[in-house]
Design a protein around this ligand. Structure first.
Ligand SMILES: [Zn+2]
Length: 477
């Protein structure tokens, strides 16, 4: 196989797919015509290509081809799913909302009973309309992975990513055990401050409103949102490096997905940062998170092969996203960028939210190892609900046992990214002090790390930078 031909076509495909994703999920275009893109590039994901890449030592391209083999076979179902999701409406008390907007409405809803009604209506749609399709996609993907000769998605992911998911799970299980005793005591004070609820009354329907933290809104004014992003880039000396490569799309549109995202359509020269404004602190957090991705992709060396610019270990790009996201809870950044002199409540809320998230993701990894293993999936909806309920300490519905799963263990990328970010942040503070985000030398270091894209896995990057091992227990501090 001619690897350079393959690379060229892979880049055309990824770029076209990301563009379609951007146009659809930013609400600019109703259609989500991914089938044609897969058809145009079908040879990338043929059995022959997978077999030929097996003969090379390029595991990153083999992973791309093998995952693509599964995804192209599911493309009609995926497109059907996206269209269905975009067409659904949630009805509560005679008012209707587009399904994708309902989560935002719920996060902004001050009244607990309305939050719960919205959640119940959303769950009902997931169960009745979305789950049948998700189940079909799940069953098909298992068969497809077996067609390629791997016994499970887990086995395929571990072999091709070089990440030992079982070892990661040992670390995340230890984290769950180590944080169990103090969990409620850490979360309850800010929970009461935001929602007036304790764990005895808390439901999953309330969590998004807790993360949203309306009482902190005043300190995060909407008109400072985009300027703080520009000032942060300027502080790091980044605005000179990639003029125009990052395109911020913050306009509201009815069918814009409530989940902010970064679409690296052409790396490094055309990277979209898409934001749906929810209001307050959360807009800052999501903007900075996606900005971390956007800065990473827009600084990658153009000369690198496609697999290092677009593919590889996503723990790396997520780590940079978390690094930027964390600024919105960093007392020094809050003081400099927003003039906040008492960051106490913000820091306390952030700590509690992060603990909820980390425990949720630890539980998700344990569950997904069962779901994506070799066993029968019967009863796994109950296992999902059990694990999540135990970790988060709320009654977690089993309805979302499939919709809560990102493909090919992306959950592990988040978990490893949290660990990477903790190490990176420590290193930046050690080298450049508490206000590292105003030191162009920190920007230079980041630029250097970004320039190699995802050529190194998160553990390799960290070992080269500091000599440390990427261990999830770093989060315990
Ligand atoms: Zn991210």
């Amino acid at each position: 196989m001619d690897l350079d031909d393959y690379r060229q076509e892979a880049e055309a495909f990824v770029s076209a797919l990301d563009r379609e994703y951007y146009l659809h999920f930013s609400g600019r275009q109703d259609e989500f015509a991914i089938e044609a893109i897969y058809e145009r590039h079908a040879r990338l994901f043929s059995r022959e290509s997978v077999e030929a890449l097996r003969e090379t030592d390029n595991r990153t391209l083999l992973k791309f081809a093998a995952e693509g083999y599964v995804e192209q076979a599911l493309k009609d179902l995926s497109a059907e799913f996206a269209r269905l999701e975009a067409s659904l409406e949630v009805e509560v008390d005679g008012e209707t909302y587009p399904y994708r907007q309902a989560a935002v409405v719920q996060a902004n809803e001050a009244d607990a009973s309305r939050r719960r009604a919205l959640e119940a209506a959303r769950n009902e749609l997931v169960a009745r309309r979305l789950n049948p399709l998700l189940r079909e996609m799940f069953d098909r993907s298992r068969e497809l992975v077996r067609d390629l000769g791997w016994p499970s998605v887990r086995a395929m992911t571990e072999e091709l990513s070089g990440i030992d998911l079982g070892a990661l799970r040992e670390q995340t299980d230890s984290f769950l055990a180590a944080t169990e005793a103090d969990y409620e005591a850490t979360v309850e004070p800010p929970l009461r401050a935001q929602l007036g609820l304790g764990f005895d009354e808390l439901e999953r329907a309330d969590l998004a409103a807790f993360f949203r933290a309306p009482s902190l809104d005043e300190q995060f004014p909407a008109e400072r949102l985009l300027p703080t992003f520009d000032e942060t880039r300027a502080g790091l000396g980044l605005e000179n490096g990639s003029p125009g490569n990052v395109i911020v799309d913050a306009e509201p549109r009815p069918n814009k997905t409530p989940r902010a995202f970064c679409a690296p359509v052409r790396v490094p020269e055309e990277v979209y940062l898409v934001l749906t404004r929810v209001g307050g602190r959360e807009d800052y957090e999501t903007l900075l998170h996606e900005a971390g991705h956007a800065e990473h992709f827009s600084h990658v060396d153009r000369a690198l092969p496609v697999e290092h610019r677009y593919l590889g270990d996503n723990s790396v790009t997520e780590g940079f996203a978390f690094l930027f996201q964390h600024l919105t809870e960093d007392p020094a950044w809050l003081e400099r960028r927003l003039g906040i002199d008492d960051p106490g409540p913000i820091v306390e809320h952030a700590r509690a939210s992060k603990l909820v998230f980390l425990r949720r993701y630890c539980a998700k990894l344990a569950y997904e190892l069962d779901l994506q293993g070799e066993g029968d999936p019967a009863g796994l909806d109950a296992l999902y609900a059990q694990r999540l309920s135990d970790a988060v300490h709320v009654d977690w519905p089993d309805t979302s046992w499939l919709i809560d799963v990102d493909p090919f263990f992306y959950v592990a990328a988040y978990l490893r990214a949290w660990a990477l970010e903790t190490h990176l942040r420590r290193e930046l503070r050690t080298r450049f002090g508490e206000v590292w985000f105003e030191d162009p030398r920190a920007g230079d270091l980041l630029r250097e790390l970004w320039s190699i894209g995802q050529r190194e896995r998160a553990d390799e990057l960290l070992r080269r930078l500091t000599g440390a091992e990427l261990d999830f227990s770093a989060l315990l501090d």
